[in-house]
Design a protein around this ligand. Structure first.
Ligand SMILES: Nc1ncnc2c1ncn2[C@@H]1O[C@H](COP(=O)(O)OP(=O)(O)O)[C@@H](O)[C@H]1O
Ligand SMILES: [Mg+2]
Length: 291
């Protein structure tokens, strides 16, 4: 086969009851594999190195085309059978438009620290790749069904950046939007300035509320406020609060804006871990820990 079947890496995985969805790098291309239960034993499915070996033995699982969806099953005779489809990247259809001035190919970014599956700390060298290294956060849709959330987040950052450029944002209440992340040209993530600090607590209520009011003033309801979606920089005896995670943001609606301000104290007091990376589903946690 033309592709380099030795250079394979499981980038993301979502395993549920013996079946799995995998985002796989083959050389410089990416495939999305849907592997039915029973195709490979559970211990191979859940072990990236073992799965890579199994895929090398079954090269039809990794067709030559980049960025292809492959459904893998076993037929009645126990042989592996595959059906491929191209993820439709219809210019008219796709709402996550490439409007932002900078786009970076996801495989060009290398992870320095995996925060969770789909959220990594990376180094960014500017749009032309030659600038000084800046710490950034790459947040991507590991699978197609996560694209709407990234689309919403991209919309929110564009709104915030527009307000910032027009000077209607007095202080920095969100990370700068550095670039859109694309995979073979298809938008699928956001690259953000990495903020320094830790999550908020009830002692930060006044500062957090001020930040939320600024979002409302530029026409955005956050939609998912919790203590982990604030980053509080407490260096130099000062307190600078910023807000992240706009996956559930919406255009301003007065009732929703008031409701999220009213529930803010309870959200900052909540110690259940909801919104934190240790609150994520077990299979995501396992995937995050394996890479
Ligand atoms: N720009 C950023 N700067 C610093 N840390 C970030 C940034 N974006 C995300 N993080 C960290 O990654 C975690 C997960 O990111 P987030 O956007 O909240 O996604 P989700 O809550 O949907 O998993 C955050 O709680 C925070 O710890
Ligand atoms: Mg969050």
């Amino acid at each position: 086969m033309a592709n380099n079947t030795k250079d394979i890496q499981i980038l993301d995985q979502d395993i549920d009851d013996g079946a799995g969805t995998f985002r796989v790098r083959v050389g410089k291309g990416v495939r999305y594999l849907n592997i039915e239960k029973g195709v490979f034993p559970d211990n191979i499915m859940s072990h990236p190195a073992a799965l890579v070996s199994a895929l090398i033995r079954e090269p039809q699982c990794l067709p030559d085309n980049d960025w292809t969806d492959v459904d893998i099953s076993r037929n009645g005779r126990g042989e592996i059978s595959t059906t491929t489809s191209a993820y439709s990247y219809d210019e008219d259809d796709i709402k996550l438009e490439l409007e932002h001035e900078h786009a970076v190919e996801v495989l060009m970014l290398s992870s320095k620290n995996k925060i969770r599956s789909g959220v990594d700390e990376v180094e960014w060298h500017g749009p032309d790749g030659n600038g000084a290294a800046v710490a950034a956060i790459a947040k991507i849709a590991c699978f197609h069904d996560q694209l709407p959330r990234i689309e919403t987040e991209t919309w929110a950052y564009k709104e915030l950046e527009d307000a910032y450029k027009q000077g209607s944002r007095p202080t920095a209440v969100f990370p700068r939007f550095l670039a859109q992340i694309v995979e073979h040209g298809r938008p699928m993530g956001v690259l953000l300035e990495k903020l320094e600090g830790d999550h908020a607590g009830i002692d930060d209520l006044a500062e957090c509320a001020a930040v939320v009011r600024q979002l409302h003033a530029v026409g955005i309801v956050h939609g998912d406020l919790n203590r982990y979606n604030f980053v509080v920089d407490r260096r130099n005896g000062k307190k600078v609060v910023r807000v992240i995670d706009f996956e559930k943001a919406e255009p301003f609606i007065k009732e929703k804006a008031e409701a999220e301000l009213q529930s803010l104290a309870a959200k900052l007091e909540d110690e259940s871990g909801i919104g934190g990376t240790f609150g994520m589903p077990i299979e995501q946690e396992a995937a995050a820990g394996q890479q």
